[in-house]
Write a protein that binds this ligand. Structure first.
Ligand code: GRF
Length: 243
């Protein structure tokens, strides 16, 4: 079962394990389908690293079951047990640092992070966001896209900086919006694209190909545009065998 960490059980004394293989810590709040995409990529040897821990701020996050089923350390760190955002992020830092991860992946982690947390992991923390950033930062992206009559949507993997959903993008996958799309169909189509691009970006990072330069992101030493490398609707649809 998952271990439940409370303010009383957080300690500094757990020794860090020696790390030979690059390691990944994934933070989640819910279903964890993006976590599953990473687990599947690792199982298919498409990830140059090991997922060593999954941390959830919600005790009933289904992603914890996914982690457990995959034999990954699943940790519940409920934010409601902490008095302040800073206290919570301090506890989160302690749990993360036990694992000395090469990369921290926010895969549906629905928390605003404190500047101290972001600065600690600047350049090694990636987030998956359901829009073609910089468009539609924040929540409820599918509803907003539909309300505005946009013709295109998508998802992005980006480095996390202090600006919410504002860090440099590594990769995006685009989606042409169909006449009959609803929030529900968009959610499914965007999820499929997220599951495609998140493992790619994480693997680029683990292989040292994707880096944060302070001002942007680079891939193989070349500066990426602000929107990162964009997979077109056609290329994504073809990868996903969509009709
Ligand atoms: C994804 O749509 C992601 O873009 C957003 O939260 C959702 C998480 O989905 N940040 P899941 O928990 O990975 O299924």
């Amino acid at each position: 079962m998952s271990s439940h960490v409370t303010p009383d059980t957080i300690t500094d004394e757990l020794p860090a394990m020696p790390v030979d293989t690059p390691s990944i810590v994934v933070l989640i709040s819910g279903n964890g389908s993006n976590l599953q995409a990473l687990i599947d990529a690792q199982a298919h040897h498409q990830l140059s690293g090991n997922i060593v821990a999954v941390i959830a701020n919600e005790p009933d996050a289904y992603g914890l079951t996914r982690a457990h089923d995959a034999g990954i350390d699943a940790v519940v760190l409920p934010h409601r047990e902490y008095d302040s955002r800073d206290a919570y992020d301090g506890a989160l830092i302690k749990v993360i640092d036990r694992h000395q991860p090469s990369v921290i992946v926010l895969a549906g982690f629905m928390r605003i992070l404190t500047p101290r947390f972001v600065q600690r992991y600047l350049g090694k923390m990636l987030n998956i966001h359901p829009s073609l950033l910089p468009a539609y930062q924040g929540l409820n992206t599918h509803a907003r896209v539909l309300a505005e009559g946009a013709t295109q949507h998508g998802c992005s993997v980006h480095f996390v900086t202090e600006e919410l959903d504002g860090g440099p993008v590594a990769i995006q996958a685009a989606l042409k919006i169909a006449q009959d799309d609803t929030e529900s169909t968009l959610k499914d189509k965007i999820h499929a694209r997220e599951h495609l691009i998140l493992p790619i970006a994480v693997n680029w990072f683990l292989e040292g190909r994707l880096q944060y330069s302070g001002t942007g992101a680079t891939l193989d030493g070349v500066a990426l545009p602000m929107e990162g490398l964009r997979l077109s609707h056609e290329d994504a649809a073809s990868e996903l065998d969509e009709t």
